[in-house]
Write a protein that binds this ligand. Structure first.
Ligand code: SAM
Ligand code: SF4
Ligand code: SF4
Length: 339
């Protein structure tokens, strides 16, 4: 396939596409979809508003032509989308796509891990914020027990999927879970990545005082065993990775989305479940590509449209976060734009 790289205003290539395939979720994490806002009357998308599988494949193919080689499937909860394995299979067949990963709360993995693996999925990132029942239920906003996630982790491992666990740490909420979670993941031999609580969306009541910094997390985790920094795996890797220096051969990572910035190497585009293209997690608005696809735009036109959007991209919100106008932005919800 003839691929032509596209660069933005800050010379960043377009390399990764995160595709949200579902705006709904079976959890109500307080930091993402608080149940006071995402209640029974919340207007989620109708099924015809969601991009169809054909439309997702058409768009992903256009992105692949422009240099995207990595796809991440996300949501909402992507495993709620019917026949998700079929979609993975089709995306895996796109020329130029080398890696497909999926981010999930894992509750549906016992049933879906094997078909997903067979369809071509390589990796899952599992969000898991607490081992204790009370903290887990408080954060996920549901009565589900943490064992449901643990069963999902085990099913993914048994199916041969690469597994990483992501834990969002919020001051005063689950910081006491940092060491138990690190120990649990070490015993399970999976990489745990700590994520600083971010100011995405308008509904999670974010405040800097709730952020537990990478520095502090690093100091806490080093009490388990000394940590040795690992080389970056690829350009633009967001997590800094460390290996426990105790012969266990297990890694731990830190995603310092607030206290350090990585806009300079950000090669990620995001497609919402209703087909809007966002060039930054903190964009105020997206570009409607679904209408273009539904109006019969040709593959070449679609590609050129995406190219021109990326060419104009100058986003670097994390670097501007403390500046007054950035603070006043009307930000899109994480569950809509896809994490
Ligand atoms: N439902 C799936 C899940 O939870 O893995 C996929 C979608 S979720 C929006 C993607 C990721 O965003 C999750 O790892 C979640 O923890 C993270 N996330 C959501 N809100 C966040 C916030 N305010 N700060 C940091 N991470 C957040
Ligand atoms: Fe759902 Fe994931 Fe958001 Fe939690 S973080 S509410 S599991 S979309
Ligand atoms: Fe990328 Fe925007 Fe995040 Fe910067 S703030 S790393 S440009 S998504």
């Amino acid at each position: 396939m003839a691929r032509s790289e596209v660069h933005d205003q800050l010379d960043r290539p377009l390399k990764d596409l995160r595709i949200s395939i579902m705006d709904r979720c079976n959890f109500r994490c307080t930091y993402c979809m608080p149940k006071e806002v995402f209640g029974p009357d919340y207007a989620f998308m109708d099924s015809e508003e969601l991009l169809s599988f054909d439309e997702i494949v058409e768009l992903a193919t256009a992105f692949a032509h422009l240099g995207v080689n990595k796809l991440r499937i996300t949501g909402g909860e992507p495993l709620l989308r019917k026949d998700v394995a079929q979609l993975i299979h089709r995306l895996d067949g796109i020329d130029g796509i080398e890696d497909i990963a999926l981010t999930t709360n894992a509750v549906m993995l016992p049933r879906l891990a094997q078909p997903l693996k067979e369809a071509g999925l390589r990796r899952v990132n599992i969000s898991f914020d607490a081992l204790s029942v009370a903290t887990f239920q408080q954060m996920s906003g549901r009565k589900t027990k943490p064992e449901a996630v643990i069963r999902g982790i085990q099913a993914a491992k048994e199916a041969g999927l690469g597994v990483k666990v992501n834990m969002v740490v919020q001051r005063g909420v689950n910081e006491h879970e940092v060491i138990p979670m690190a120990q649990f993941c070490k015993d399970e031999r999976v990489t745990l990545r700590f994520i600083e609580f971010m100011d995405v969306g308008q509904t999670n009541g974010w405040d800097f005082s709730q952020v537990v910094s990478k520095k502090e997390l690093y100091e806490r985790v080093s009490t388990i065993a000394p940590l040795r920094a690992q080389e970056e795996d690829y350009f633009g890797e967001v997590a800094s990775r460390y290996a426990y220096e105790d012969g266990s051969n297990v890694e731990v990572g830190f995603i310092s989305s607030v206290t350090e910035t990585f806009c300079g190497t950000c090669t990620r585009a995001r497609l919402s479940a209703d087909g809007k293209l966002f060039t930054c997690l903190f964009s105020e608005r997206g570009t409607d590509l679904k209408s273009d696809v539904r109006n019969g735009m040709s593959a070449t036109q679609l590609r050129e449209r995406i190219r021109s959007i990326w060419n104009l991209r100058a986003d670097r919100y994390s670097e501007l976060r403390t500046n007054e106008s950035a603070k006043q932005r009307k930000k899109i919800e994480m569950s809509y734009i896809g994490g």
